[in-house]
Design a protein around this ligand. Structure first.
Ligand code: KG4
Ligand code: ZN
Length: 341
């Protein structure tokens, strides 16, 4: 089955074609980050309008890249939630309408299920069951995964998501949006031992997270070191390094606990923050100690993309799932309410 996947839940327009026999045939991405950077974060209405402009040309580009035409597509999968309502509506209504026009089935995909399954696009995919750490701009969750749609939430952030914390800390250091990759880059020049930031909620049992205190700690540290309102470049890099180290350590401690608690030997990391190389390195060390394995997607499939939606949609379509003609988007959509297949 050849599935056209569409992602428009936030600030990336992603399109891909996944074939259940041949794998990923083509993908294309248009990122709006430059447009939103001017405002220091995503402006929802601008995001929706830009998806309107970019989506159909991107569908054509993806078909061309794959050397296919519309008639070669067997089904359409689009992100139905969670995300920004206006942005979701663009992908959902275009996707549903194209499927109707081409007389093929359509399915609405859960964005975080897309992230979660993205590592399965790689050469050595994880096998169910496994523990997944989902770390994106909107979510930080530890999930026990027994199959597609069989998700048990083990823990989650009580306030900011990990990616959101990266973005806010970056803003405090005067970096652009999205801040995660910029903090990571700056941290490479930093001294990781100059400042010690707290590892929130690691001194008590459980698998929940909290990152808002870390944000305040970052702000206070920055303010304490400003000279004439300015931070020198080295101090900025040292703060970035201390912040990254604290987030990565906190995530690693909880992943270790989740592996121990479940007795599982595979850890999957997914979502934008899973592109972070320090996180990959630390978790790599952690799983070796636990005699477990670590899985992640290539960096461009960690952040939002169409390939993960085409793949996740394909799995559900193969299992017989079909949506009717209504166009449904769910800005909020708990992942543990998904049907198992
Ligand atoms: O999954 P994603 O593309 O979008 C959402 O579903 O939210 O994640 C975006 C988030 C942003 O907060 C961004 O700063 C963060 O992922 N991110 C990173 C890195 N690359 C992206 N955070 C830390 N290190 C990175 N290398
Ligand atoms: Zn995402």
């Amino acid at each position: 089955m050849r599935v056209l996947g569409i992602e428009t839940s936030c600030d990336e327009t992603g399109v891909a074609i996944y074939d259940s026999e041949q794998g990923l045939l083509a993908d294309a991405l248009y990122s709006q980050v430059k447009m939103h950077a001017e405002y220091g974060g995503v402006v929802p209405e601008l995001a929706s309008r830009d998806h309107v402009r970019k989506l159909l040309p991107l569908v054509q580009e993806t078909l061309d890249k794959a050397g296919l035409s519309r008639g070669d597509i067997d089904a359409v999968a689009y992100t139905a939630g969670p995300g920004l309502i206006g942005a979701l509506m663009v992908g959902a209504s275009c996707g549903r309408a194209m499927a109707f026009a081409w007389d093929v089935p359509a399915v609405g995909v859960h964005h975080m299920e897309g992230h979660l399954l993205a590592p399965m696009l790689e050469e050595t995919p994880p096998q169910f069951p496994f523990v997944a750490l989902l770390v994106s701009g909107g979510h930080t969750q530890l999930v026990r995964v027994d199959g597609i749609g069989q998700y048990e939430l083990l823990g989650e952030s009580l306030d900011d998501a990990a990616g959101e914390a990266f973005d806010k800390a970056a803003k405090m250091l005067g970096l652009d949006y999205p801040g995660g990759p910029l903090i990571a880059k700056l941290a490479q020049q930093g001294d990781r031992s100059r400042f010690r930031f707290p590892r929130p909620m690691t001194d008590r049992p459980g698998l929940d997270f909290s990152f808002s205190g870390l944000k305040t700690f970052t702000l206070n540290t920055a303010n304490d070191h400003r000279v004439d309102g300015q931070l020198d470049e080295q101090t900025k890099a040292d703060i970035a390094a201390a912040f990254e180290e604290a987030v990565v350590d906190t995530l690693a401690i909880k992943c270790r606990r989740a592996l121990q608690q479940t007795g599982l030997k595979q850890l999957v990391i997914a979502g934008g923050v899973s592109a972070n190389s320090r996180l990959r390195e630390k978790l790599g060390q952690e799983v070796r100690k636990q005699r477990a394995e670590l899985f992640y997607a290539r960096p461009e499939f960690c952040t939002d993309n169409g390939a993960m939606i085409a793949f996740a949609g394909c799995q559900r379509l193969l299992a017989g799932q079909r949506d009717d003609l209504s166009i449904i988007t769910k800005p909020r959509w708990p992942m543990d309410t998904l049907e198992s297949i």
